[in-house]
Design a protein around this ligand. Structure first.
Ligand code: PEP
Ligand code: MG
Length: 322
């Protein structure tokens, strides 16, 4: 099996009926890029920048960030790199920010909510990203967007920083795609409206599942409710994909679900364009997808959307895998 996967390293990911999808990797540091390339990753679909901020005693400077972003872009040699702006809060703390304890951190002051309040932190990161943009194919993505207003505000700050840099005579790429994570149900429901304003979506199922099912992703006692295959989740994913395609935009997924053997046939059938996963899952996923027909998976997904339980969906997918 490993030998078969190896052969697929430099191959595109194409279904038997000739549909091309992109297999990307999730990374946390520039050092992770080597593993992405070794495993045949076609892009970085999620660079979690939190790690730059963690494990130190103060905020990382603009230059520290610039060097990290530049390193990833250069090592990827022109392949797309989706960098997610800071998603701190929830389960990830930064002791030096000294934020008050919250009753429900996953429903609290987190990610873009924090960045739109602490504009000093946000602007520094955006400047570092904009400066790095000339070194490769940069895409910027905002996490935990719940309203159109948040997206517009964050985008306005990005454009302001871009104008400032240009006025200072610093080169900035003009082809940076700007997208959002869809990980809050309100955003999935209004995806048709967001799709008119963003360049792409990346569905963050790790959070989308917890918020849709109201089941804390860290809480063992309610983990039985954390159901990736629940038809409710599949319907939300479908809404997002259809909305994006209606506006000619692409949709990725960077939650754990994107690399899951049982989910992949369904996601392919729903029309997902980009699957971002841990690097070691890429070759197995490519091997799986190149044996599937998208037309058949569309039928499978249509059936799954009409099922009542997650168990029924899993049985359905297993029936074609047997
Ligand atoms: C997600 O929510 O699916 C996601 C990829 O983001 P994180 O796991 O970092 O919250
Ligand atoms: Mg998330």
């Amino acid at each position: 099996q490993r030998a078969e996967w190896r052969k697929l390293r430099d191959e595109p990911t194409v279904t038997v009926d000739n549909v091309h999808v992109e297999l990307a990797a999730n990374i946390g540091t520039p050092n992770d890029v080597a593993g992405v390339l070794e495993n045949g990753g076609e892009a970085v679909g999620l660079y979690r920048t939190e790690f730059l901020y963690m494990g130190r005693d103060k905020l990382p400077s603009e230059d520290i960030q610039y060097n990290a972003y530049k390193a990833v872009l250069e090592k990827m040699e022109g392949k797309p790199v989706v960098v997610r702006t800071l998603d701190i809060g929830g389960d990830k703390e930064l002791p030096y920010l000294d934020l008050p304890k919250e009753m429900n951190p996953f429903l609290g002051f987190r990610a873009v909510r924090l960045c739109l309040d602490r504009l000093d932190i946000f602007r520094t990161q955006l400047r570092a990203l904009l400066r790095a943009s000339v070194h490769g194919n940069l895409r910027v993505m905002f996490p935990m967007i719940a309203t159109l207003g948040e997206f517009r505000e964050a985008k306005a700050v990005l454009l302001e920083e871009k104008e400032k840099l240009v006025a200072e005579g610093i080169a900035v790429s003009d082809s940076i795609q700007l997208g959002i994570m869809v990980e809050i149900p309100s955003t999935a429901v209004l995806a048709d409206q967001f799709a008119k304003e963003v360049d792409f979506f990346s569905i963050g199922t790790n959070d989308l599942i917890q918020y849709t099912m109201a089941a804390d992703r860290m809480n063992e006692r309610v983990s039985y409710l954390y159901q990736p295959y629940n038809p409710a989740i599949l319907r939300l994913v479908k809404m997002v994909i259809d909305a994006a395609h209606g506006e000619g935009k692409w949709v990725g997924m960077c939650g754990e679900m994107a690399g899951d053997e049982t989910a992949i046939p369904l996601l392919l059938g729903l029309g997902l364009d980009e699957f971002s996963m841990s690097a070691t899952s890429i070759l197995p996923a490519r091997s799986q997808i190149t044996k599937l027909s998208r037309a058949d998976m569309q039928e499978l997904a249509a059936k799954a959307l009409d099922m009542q339980t997650a168990e029924q969906v899993v049985e359905l997918v297993q029936s074609i895998q047997a």
